[in-house]
Write a protein that binds this ligand. Structure first.
Ligand code: ATP
Length: 414
């Protein structure tokens, strides 16, 4: 596919390169699944031709000269080489077509500013204009120029992310530029939605505690909410979430992937008042799914304590946990170290969460039960009975459903 792209580019008089984090990952021997390609020329024209050669569809994006082809499970992003001009610090830049060297110069760190030629004349050659390879060998995160953090303050979080992920160091001058930018309150100039994206990327890293500690030490969390303090309470909670997630995937897993990062995000924000949380979710543009989880945790945090009993009925466990997302339940497992509560959550995952009835409303209808308006209630009570008594067969369910129906309708008549 890359050879084909290379040939198509030559025929169109364009130059083509693999760039950015992919090159970094290839050099450190990490497996890469998705590729970033930069073209000196119009990437859309190239992608259109390549997609038609491959007989594949492609997706053109809103942002300047970019398109994606999905090829055998890999995502291949193409972009026209570009230069960026920053009119105001922190704003998104104005963009225009350009050369590879200028495209690389607009990137965040030297280790992310290398390219590999895909041109026939020097296919596979590393293009390292800003000493990225040397920094990669030394384990240094270094910006390309001294205005880097001013142009895009989200790079502060990116620097921390790469530093911690690879156990690198932020290079000395870069570190002093970073500190300067922080002391000039530069994060105030960025659209908070972009900060949310970076924080979520950090929380998606494996075991994000070390990243959060580093942000806390270098930046603090005042950029989220002026009074927001992160400390040992959160650090301990993050560790317990690491364990709870591991347990979930190794032991409880019900073939339902959970969004790990939202569990950590909830932990980060759990001490804020509901009012502040609501404001923050608006300002930072939290996604709907994130809000649902965070708010339901906040709302149920006391109710969950009812699970901390030995002699609780399965249906009672179910009533408390079934309406919650798995992310919320994992959060509570980590948040409350109480053993009965944790056992009951384990019991829910192992024995209750996957239980469903064999019969449906239409089976009640076939039995001639009227009115239909009580079917919902009947099936709900039947499920609780099944959880507590373990009804095995369809026939048992039908017979119990009829009893429940009679009880309910008699109560209604009375
Ligand atoms: P990851 O391994 O987490 O995916 P990545 O380096 O591939 O990290 P992406 O966010 O996918 O990062 O971005 C791809 C490339 O785009 C980066 O390697 C970098 O060259 C460039 N880039 C991304 N974000 C910025 C930014 N804020 N400023 C400058 N360059 C950036």
């Amino acid at each position: 596919m890359l050879y084909l792209a290379s040939g198509d580019a030559r025929r169109q008089g364009m130059n083509i390169y693999m760039v950015g984090g992919v090159v970094r990952d290839l050099l450190i021997g990490k497996r890469v699944l998705d590729l970033d390609i930069v073209v000196e020329g119009d990437a859309i024209i190239l992608v259109r031709k390549l997609a038609s050669d491959l007989g594949l569809p492609f997706r053109r994006h809103h942002s300047f000269g970019t398109a994606t082809i999905y090829f055998r499970g890999h995502k291949i992003d193409f972009a026209t080489a570009r230069t960026e001009h920053y009119l105001n610090w922190g704003d998104l830049p104005k963009v225009e077509p350009s050369t590879l060297s200028r495209d690389l110069f607009r990137r965040d760190f030297t280790i992310n500013a290398m390219a590999i030629s895909l041109n026939e004349k020097n296919y596979g050659e590393l293009i390292d204009l800003y000493n990225g390879l040397s920094d990669l060998r030394k384990g240094l995160v270094r910006v390309l120029h001294e205005k880097s953090f001013l142009e895009d303050p989200t790079r502060i979080f990116r620097a921390i992310r790469f530093e911690r992920r690879f156990s690198f160091k932020i290079e000395e001058t870069t570190m002093s530029l970073l500190r300067q930018a922080i002391s000039n309150n530069i994060l105030r100039t960025v659209n908070p939605h972009r900060i949310r994206n970076e924080i979520c990327l950090i929380l998606k890293e494996d075991k994000p505690l070390k990243y959060i500690r580093r942000i806390n030490r270098l930046v603090g969390f005042g950029f989220m909410d002026r009074g927001m303090k992160i400390g040992n309470f959160h650090y301990r909670l993050f560790k317990r979430i690491d364990n709870a997630l591991q347990l979930y995937y190794n032991d409880f897993f019900l073939h339902r992937e959970v969004c790990n990062y939202v569990v950590y995000l909830t932990a980060l924000l759990i001490r804020l008042s509901p009012k502040k949380l609501f404001a923050l979710a608006e300002i930072f543009g939290f996604r709907k799914g994130e809000r649902v989880i965070i708010f339901s945790v906040k709302k149920n945090i006391n109710r969950i304590k009812r699970l901390n009993r030995k002699d609780i009925r399965p249906s009672s466990i179910y009533k408390i946990l079934a309406p919650l997302s798995f992310e919320s339940i994992i959060f509570f497992y980590a948040y409350y170290p109480h053993s009965y509560l944790r056992n009951n959550i384990s019991y829910f995952f192992h024995n209750l969460a996957g239980v469903s009835l064999k019969i449906k409303g239409r089976d009640l209808k076939k039995m001639g039960l009227e009115p239909e308006s009580v079917y919902g209630r009947v099936l709900e009570k039947l499920l609780w009975l099944k959880l507590d008594k373990g009804l095995e067969t369809r026939v048992q369910e039908l017979s119990e459903a009829e009893k429940i129906f009679r009880e309910l309708t008699r109560q209604k008549v009375r």
